[in-house]
Structures are given as structure tokens and as C-alpha cells.
Design a protein around this ligand. Structure first.
Ligand SMILES: Nc1nc2c(c(=O)[nH]1)N[C@H]1C(S)=C(S)[C@@H](COP(=O)(O)OP(=O)(O)OC[C@H]3O[C@@H](n4cnc5c(=O)[nH]c(N)nc54)[C@H](O)[C@@H]3O)O[C@H]1N2
Ligand SMILES: Nc1nc2c(c(=O)[nH]1)N[C@H]1C(S)=C(S)[C@@H](COP(=O)(O)OP(=O)(O)OC[C@H]3O[C@@H](n4cnc5c(=O)[nH]c(N)nc54)[C@H](O)[C@@H]3O)O[C@H]1N2
Ligand code: SF4
Ligand SMILES: [Mo]
Length: 753
């Protein structure tokens, strides 16, 4: 066979880089950046080549796995696997009701067209209130603040990095993560360009991260206190007469008058005592932001996975409004995606607003948000007996055994389930508990369109990548539709094509009946005929494109393998809004009510105790890329970063080990002494802790590390979003007592990951 060249989007992170992939049959010859990609222009990070190693990974599943009586997993046919699901799951649902089966959707499911589009179908067919996802260990606070302020959960204002002169970054390290809630390939180049055009980049982080290192200015902050700092800046703007909301913006904003009184107690001096940023710097940062012609504040996971996550997420956009930077070029803008965006659907300019609190979790009574419950509640829903107890679990592309708080409790509960099904690519820490594991195709064996991340991009772009290598693993779309067949009582061998036709017809009917759709009133049969030869996820995407704000179809995307550039972000107010008032709600009632908690915390001074934070590593991807030999090792190791002063005080040495204990658990970690982390804070990356019995990931087991989520506390959540607090966990740190614990390798030159 001859080598062929294919262009496709990398699915591993939010940056959506274009890759050039050369294959010969099913052998991958090379993976490079696609120089002609309209968005990434050839940029690629070290993980991009993981596409090849993942394709070749002998541990990756290619067949369904069935748990045997002795607890091991053995390969079976698809028919046998679905027969087992039908036989075990359906009687359980009949006996205990639909809520007895919980769902957990992991991060890669947000990167997959197939799982996103099928998700609406099979989860509805299951009909459970116990829906969980990685969102509540991630960005849920931002979704809550965005929905309350602008009306939908993905109406997140995106930094217009390519036109800004001043960028204040809190709790994000895009030089390692490659950007999040800000889809932008090559953040290093984009941040450098800000400085080259005379602008300024300021980073707020308890660690001197890669991004902090390359910025103009970096301030350490005590973990979990960003909302205090941001309120101190808001206070300064009012105090010094620096609020400048343009007349255009003022027309669309409600609640402005409530902000000044809310900010009053948060004087720069008062917040300094809590967050550790000097009052003069707080004032200066506020003045510089206000003075910038085009400035933007951007907060990411460090501002979300904390005690005041929703407040901090809200204050980021309050500052963007008060400095006149919302919806302005170079400020924080709303992306206009080609497909699937809720804020382009329905009547422009107003809507139903945020949905939350329609039901509560059984044990702790935490409210549902956007149809899901906090994953911090999942273990207790499984291990607390009584009416409504969760007895079964379906995971799709998730590894909650490593990624969610108090994971030891969760793992115990997983072991006690009556039934568990996973759709995944590995037998790992989570799926080893599953009765049935259905394999998902690896990236080169599936098509891609980033339905979610093109809604959060710094430019308007659209790109579709077809399957490169077809090795016969069914797409997750058809696997999950086959599961729908089981869940709707059609048995294990339902006609997936018929379910797919039904799904498409239902979607077409809904579109034609929507008076605000460009397809309103069209003829259903004619439209279905136009959707033509495609089926499955592609056909649904074609429909969404036709119903979207650009004149695009799947044919257009297929004809543009390097993507379609739809231009820089444009002002979208007021049409983007879906709040009931038709305004930007600057002071939403639930958030205002939570400010009192933040004010009370002004009295809390640091008590001298240590707190734990995480960090992301350039060559990792949460928990699941540690089996790729070209990525693990070297600086990509699981080490506890400790500041030199703390190490000396506690008696820790570089290359030694430390015992770290929290309310939830205890671990022993290899120590790396580095002044990149502030005093009083230790940092451990998440996603490690491999090598568990029953898992089948040889390379990961040899580079096991320890699981930071043994230490995080499932009882600590941000009340408005239910998001887990993963940053600022109180811990006790001591030299490891026991010398048989494997000691750390000699520290490599301290990587500021
Ligand atoms: N302490 C701490 N914990 C954290 C974080 C933190 O910063 N600190 N970060 C949190 C964040 S932001 C996130 S998003 C979560 C992630 O939490 P999860 O999504 O639960 O975890 P991942 O490690 O992303 O695991 C992804 C799973 O999907 C599988 N997989 C990979 N590709 C595919 C595919 O194409 N199809 C299918 N079906 N499966 C696939 C992998 O084998 C793995 O089992 O972790 C969170 N946990
Ligand atoms: N290489 C790589 N890329 C990834 C991932 C990965 O695992 N590896 N994961 C992907 C996922 S799922 C996500 S969600 C994104 C996340 O993308 P980012 O939000 O950019 O995530 P991080 O790189 O963890 O950066 C968070 C920063 O917040 C800091 N921080 C911790 N606590 C606080 C705090 O209280 N206040 C402030 N101001 N800062 C704090 C940490 O020190 C860290 O530097 O990355 C994605 N990209
Ligand atoms: S930055 Fe993200 S999308 Fe780009 S190559 Fe790296 S992992 Fe893939
Ligand atoms: Mo994430």
C-alpha cells in the first residue's frame, strides 16, 4: 500500500491543533503540525504525537471485555457484551428504578462529536437523575456565573488574545495546558505577541508556572483567595473613579449600581491580609487594567476548583464589564460558533436563563445544576444504603477513580456496585471495576468536529476531520445508540440504523418547528433528503450547521481539510443574551447572596498551616496518557513541589519522600524542592497513582506516582456550582516515616511545569 496524507484535528486538549498524519494502511508513519491549518498554522505540542503511540499502544482495548468470576477481564464479542449488559442492567433498573443507575461522563467525551451527540439520546433513554461529569471537578463555577450573567452555560466570554494589550491571568497555565475555556493553538506565541506589540501579561498563581515565568509580572496568591483579590480590584476602580462602562455596554447591563456597595468591605488592605498580594499591587493592577486601551481578565481552573469558585468566576467578568472590555475587540468576547451553540438558538436577546435546583442529591441535598449533580457526591450516593441508592454506574471516557475527590472512598464504592459498564480505551483504575467494558476507537479511527470547543475559541473557526484508519471498532455514536436500544427495552440487538433515523427525524422536526431557526417551516422530507447519504453523528452535525449562523454544510467542511476561518470575534451584544431580563445580569441574586460568605472570610487569616494545590504537566493529559512511552518519564513525573523554606522547616530534602495527610487520606510522595511554589503551599499533579491490580496499563504502572485525589475532600464544594474544591486543601506534611517507601529519583532540574 502507498502512504497517504491526512489532515485532522488533535483531540487531546482544547487547543484543536491541526495535524498532518501520514499513514500506510493502518500503520502511522508520522504526525506533524499542519502548516496550512487555518487556526494552528503548524503549531503542535509534544502530546500531538501521542496520536501515533496511542494507535500503536498494545494495552489499548480493541474488543469488549467481560469481567470473569475471578475478577479479571477477558475479551468477548460485541454480541456477548451487549447480552451481558441487557441481562444484568435491565432487571436492576426494573427492581430499583432508573435513578439506581448513575452516569459519569469524563473529559474526553467533551472532545468527541460522537459522545456529545449520542449523549443526549442514551442518557434521556436511561432517565436517571444521577448524572455526573468531570464538569464538577473543573469549570462548573464558570458555567454557573456565565449562565446567571448571560443566560447559557457556555456563554463564557473569551479573551480576545490576538487583539488585547493587557491580559490578567488567574489560575491558568496555558503554556502547560495549552489553554482552557479559551481555544487557541500556540498560546506561547499569542502571549508573546501581546508583549511584542507593547502590551503586558500579568499572572496570579501560587506557583511560578511556565506562563508566570514568561509573563511581565507574576504575583503569588494564597490558594482559594482570588475572589478577594478581584473584589479588591473592583473596590479600587470605584474608589478611584476608574469605572468606565461604555454607553453601548451600559444599555445592556443591569445591576451595576449593586456592585459598589458589595465591594466596599474589600479594601486593598483587607484583601492583602487574606490573599497575600500587597495592597499597593492590588491598586496598581486595577489601575493598569483600567488604563489599558484593550484589556482582559481571564481566570481558569485555579479560580474554579476552589471554595469561592463561582464568585471568582463572576468577578472576572465583573471586572471585564467595569473596565469597558466586555464584548469589545481586545477584551472578553463571545465566540460565534458554526454549530450547536445554545446562544445562537431561539429568540435572540433573551431566554429562560439558568436551570438549577430542580432536584437534589439524595444524601447531601446538593442541587442539580444544568441537569447534573456534583461528582463530589457520587461515592456517598453509592455507599449510603436506603431508598434511591445508586447500585449501577455507566462511565463514558472517565476515570473518576483518579480524578475525583476522596477517590479512595469512591474506589471502595465502585467495588461494591451491582453493575458497572464503561466505554473506554483502557482497563484502568476505574474500568477495572466494570462488569463490561466497551472499547472506543482511538482518535485516528474516529471523525472529529469540536462541537464544544469551537464555542469557546479566540477566533470563529470550523473544521471537520474524517476517520483516518478504519479498524472496525464501532464509533461511540453507534455503540451508545445500541445501548439506547437496551435501555428502551429493545434488547441487546436493536436496529441501530432505525434508532439513528428516529433521532435524526426528531431533531429535524424540532428544528422545523422552531420559529427562530433558519430552517423554520421547511419541508421535513426535503430536508432529510438534503442530509442525504450521511448518517449518525455526521448527519446531525450537518443539520446543526444548516441551522447555524453561517451558511455552511458538511460538504463545505469536507471540502476544507485545513479548516474554515470565519474571522475574528465580533461584538454580539445584545443578541447573545439568553437571560430572562434580556440584560447582562451583573449582580445575579444567588451570587450576591454568596458574597456574605466571602466577606466573612475576610476575617480568616492564614493560620500557618500548609495547603495543597495541583499542577498540569505539559506531557500529561489528566490521568490517561501515562501509558504512552514517548510522553512519560523525565520531567513528566509525579513529585510534590515544596518551597525551600518549608522544606527546611519540615525537614524534607530534594529527592526524598514526604508523607502528606488530609482529612480524606494520606499518601507518600517524592519531594522536589523548588522556589517555584510559594511558602505554605505544596503542589502535586493529579492523574497519577497507577499500577493498581487488575488494571492493564503496563507503561503507566511502571511510572505509577501517587494519586493527589486521595487527599482532596469530597465534602468541600463551592456551594453555588457544587464544584469540588481541589485547590487549597489543608494538609499536614512530614518526612515519610518509613524508609521502605520507594524514594524519589534524584530530582531532575526543577521543571516549572
Ligand atoms: N486534584 C485534581 N483533580 C482533578 C483536576 C485537578 O486539577 N486536580 N482536574 C480535573 C479536571 S479539569 C478534569 S477535566 C478531570 C478529568 O477527569 P476524567 O475525565 O474522569 O479523567 P481523565 O483522566 O480525563 O480520563 C479519561 C478517561 O477516558 C478514557 N478515554 C480516552 N480517550 C477516550 C475516547 O476517545 N473515548 C472513550 N470512551 N474513552 C476515552 C481514558 O482511558 C480515561 O479512562 O479531572 C479532574 N480532577
Ligand atoms: N498538558 C496538559 N494539558 C491539559 C491538561 C493536562 O492534564 N495536561 N488538562 C486539560 C484540562 S481537562 C483542563 S480543564 C485544562 C486546564 O487548564 P488550566 O486552567 O490552564 O490548568 P493548569 O495548567 O492546571 O493551571 C492552573 C493553575 O492554577 C494555579 N492555581 C492553583 N490554585 C490556585 C488558586 O487558588 N488561585 C490561582 N490564582 N491559581 C491557582 C496552579 O498553580 C496552576 O498553575 O487543561 C487541559 N490541558
Ligand atoms: S496543544 Fe493540544 S490540541 Fe495542540 S497538539 Fe498539543 S495536545 Fe494536541
Ligand atoms: Mo478539565
Amino acid at each position: 500500500m502507498a502512504a497517504t496524507t491526512h489532515y485532522r484535528t488533535c483531540p487531546f486538549c482544547e487547543a484543536t491543533c491541526g495535524l498532518e498524519v501520514k499513514v500506510d494502511g493502518d500503520k502511522v508513519l508520522s504526525v506533524k503540525g499542519d502548516k496550512e491549518d487555518v487556526f494552528s498554522h503548524g503549531f503542535i505540542c509534544p502530546k500531538g504525537t501521542g496520536l501515533k503511540s496511542l494507535q500503536e499502544d498494545p494495552d489499548r482495548l480493541t474488543q469488549p471485555m467481560l469481567k470473569q468470576p475471578d475478577g479479571t477481564h477477558a475479551p468477548v464479542s460485541w454480541d456477548e457484551a451487549f447480552a451481558a449488559i441487557d441481562e444484568k442492567l435491565m432487571p436492576l433498573l426494573d427492581a430499583h428504578g432508573r435513578d439506581a443507575c448513575a452516569v459519569y461522563l469524563g473529559n474526553p467525551s467533551a472532545h468527541s462529536l460522537a459522545t456529545l451527540l449520542a449523549g443526549r439520546v442514551w442518557i434521556k433513554a436511561l432517565g436517571s437523575k444521577n448524572i455526573y461529569s468531570a464538569s464538577t471537578v473543573d469549570q462548573m463555577p464558570k458555567q454557573v456565573s456565565a449562565a446567571l450573567m448571560f443566560g447559557t452555560m457556555l456563554s463564557v466570554p473569551i479573551p480576545d488574545v490576538d487583539r488585547t494589550d493587557h491580559m490578567l491571568i488567574l489560575g491558568a497555565n496555558p503554556l502547560a495546558s495549552n489553554g482552557s475555556l479559551m481555544t487557541a493553538p500556540d498560546m506561547r506565541g499569542r502571549l508573546r505577541a501581546i508583549r511584542e506589540r507593547g502590551g503586558k501579561v500579568v499572572v496570579i498563581d501560587p506557583r511560578r508556572s511556565r506562563t508566570a515565568e514568561s509573563a511581565d509580572e507574576h504575583h503569588f496568591i494564597r490558594p482559594g483567595t482570588d475572589a478577594h483579590l478581584l473584589f479588591g480590584m473592583v473596590h479600587t476602580l470605584f474608589d478611584e473613579g476608574l469605572v468606565s462602562v461604555s454607553p453601548r455596554l451600559a444599555k445592556y447591563v443591569a445591576g451595576l449600581e449593586q456592585i459598589e456597595p458589595l465591594a466596599r468591605p474589600f479594601t486593598p488592605e483587607a484583601v492583602e491580609a487574606v490573599c497575600g498580594v500587597p495592597a499597593d499591587d492590588v491598586r496598581r493592577m486595577a489601575r493598569e487594567l483600567a488604563a489599558a486601551e484593550r484589556g482582559v481578565v481571564y481566570g481558569r481552573i485555579g479560580t474554579c476548583t476552589q471554595e469561592f469558585g463561582t464568585l471568582a468566576s463572576w468577578l472576572v467578568d465583573v471586572l471585564n464589564v467595569l473596565t469597558g472590555n466586555l464584548d469589545e475587540p481586545g477584551g472578553a468576547m463571545f465566540t460565534l460558533a458554526a454549530a450547536g451553540q445554545a446562544n445562537t438558538r431561539g429568540k435572540p436577546g433573551s431566554g429562560r436563563g439558568m436551570a438549577a435546583g430542580r432536584w437534589k442529591s439524595r444524601v447531601r441535598g446538593l442541587p442539580e445544576v444544568f441537569g447534573e449533580l456534583p461528582v463530589a457526591c457520587l461515592a456517598e450516593e453509592m455507599d449510603t444504603p436506603g431508598e434511591g441508592q445508586v447500585r449501577a454506574l455507566i462511565t463514558v471516557a472517565g476515570n473518576p477513580a483518579l480524578s475525583t475527590p476522596n477517590s479512595e472512598r469512591l474506589e471502595r464504592a465502585l467495588g461494591d456496585l451491582d453493575f458497572m459498564l464503561s466505554v473506554d480505551i483502557y482497563v484502568n483504575e476505574t474500568t477495572r471495576h466494570a462488569d463490561v467494558i466497551l472499547p472506543a476507537p482511538p482518535p485516528l479511527q474516529k471523525s472529529q468536529y469540536d462541537l464544544a470547543f469551537y464555542q469557546l475559541a479566540v477566533r470563529n473557526v470550523a473544521k471537520y476531520s474524517p476517520v483516518v484508519i478504519d479498524n472496525g471498532i464501532p464509533s461511540e455514536y453507534s455503540t451508545l445508540l445500541r445501548l439506547t436500544g437496551v435501555l428502551t427495552g429493545q434488547g441487546p440487538n436493536a436496529d441501530v440504523g432505525a434508532i439513528d433515523d428516529f433521532v435524526t427525524q426528531t431533531a429535524v422536526q424540532a428544528e422545523l418547528a422552531n420559529p427562530h431557526s433558519p430552517l423554520f417551516g421547511a419541508d421535513a422530507d426535503a430536508l432529510i433528503a438534503q442530509l442525504g447519504r450521511r448518517s449518525g453523528a455526521e448527519r446531525l452535525l450537518d443539520l446543526q450547521l444548516r441551522a447555524g449562523p453561517y451558511d455552511l454544510t458538511m460538504d463545505d467542511l469536507e471540502a476544507a481539510p485545513h479548516g474554515i476561518d470565519l474571522g475574528p470575534l465580533q461584538p454580539r451584544l445584545p443578541d447573545v443574551l439568553r437571560t430572562p431580563s434580556g440584560k447582562v445580569e451583573l449582580a445575579p441574586e444567588p451570587i450576591v447572596a454568596d458574597v456574605e460568605r466571602l466577606r466573612a472570610a475576610l476575617a480568616q487569616r492564614a493560620n500557618g498551616g500548609m495547603v495543597l494545590i495541583g499542577r498540569r504537566q505539559l506531557r500529561s493529559n489528566n490521568s490517561w496518557m501515562h501509558n504512552l512511552p514517548n510522553l512519560v518519564g523525565g520531567t513528566n513525573r509525579c513529585t510534590l513541589h515544596v518551597a525551600p523554606g518549608d522544606a527546611e522547616r519540615i525537614g524534607l530534602v530534594d529527592g526524598g519522600t514526604a508523607q502528606v495527610r488530609s482529612r480524606a487520606g494520606e499518601i507518600v510522595a517524592d519531594v522536589e524542592v523548588t522556589d517555584a511554589v510559594m511558602e505554605g503551599v505544596v503542589s502535586l499533579p493529579h492523574g497519577w497513582g497507577h499500577g493498581r491490580s487488575g488494571a492493564q496499563m503496563g507503561v503507566a504502572a511502571a511510572n505509577a506516582g501517587v494519586n493527589s485525589n486521595v487527599l482532596t475532600d469530597e465534602l468541600a464544594v463551592d456551594p453555588l456550582s457544587g464544584n469540588a474544591v481541589l485547590s487549597g486543601i489543608p494538609v499536614e506534611v512530614a518526612p515519610a516515616e518509613n524508609d521502605d517507601v520507594p524514594a524519589g529519583q534524584p530530582a531532575v532540574a526543577a521543571e516549572t511545569a
